[in-house]
Design a binder for this molecule. Sequence first.
Ligand code: DQA
Length: 154
Amino acid sequence: MTVSSSRDPAILVIHGPNLNLLGTREPQIYGSTTLAEVNQELHALAAEHGAQIEAIQSNHEGVLVDRIQAASGKVDYIIINPAAFTHTSVAIRDALAAVNIPFVEVHLSNIHQRETFRHHSYFSDRAVGVICGLGPEGYRAALRFVLQKMSLWT
Ligand code: DQA
């Protein structure tokens, strides 16, 4: 993990495809909280503990690869819900390996209770940890963990 002393600790939150529709998308699976509400809570929690946080969402694999590459040397921890790319994307997996930034994988739903094709993740074996099935609480739990790792949970 690369932590520069010349800047504030930085966390990048990445939301993959279709997560922009949170709140209205299959609410029986993903709940009624919107992505804006998820991000607002994460920003507030990070600010309370003196960490900088940036949250992005994209439906495009290459955009996510570019953003991860650009994080090299600037971001200390990544929290990522790769959404459908969880089950398909060698490219995003490789980008995370290339920048060597530790990351936590989050899923709102319990992917292991769902269709078989959702049981495999291209990310889990490289993640520091994986949280699934806790809804939006999973993001907050991931952020609390990351803040602890950065010695900012005081
Ligand atoms: C998801 C689970 C994925 O299987 C699905 O494609 C998503 C969201 C989740 O948060 O539960 O888009 O990552």
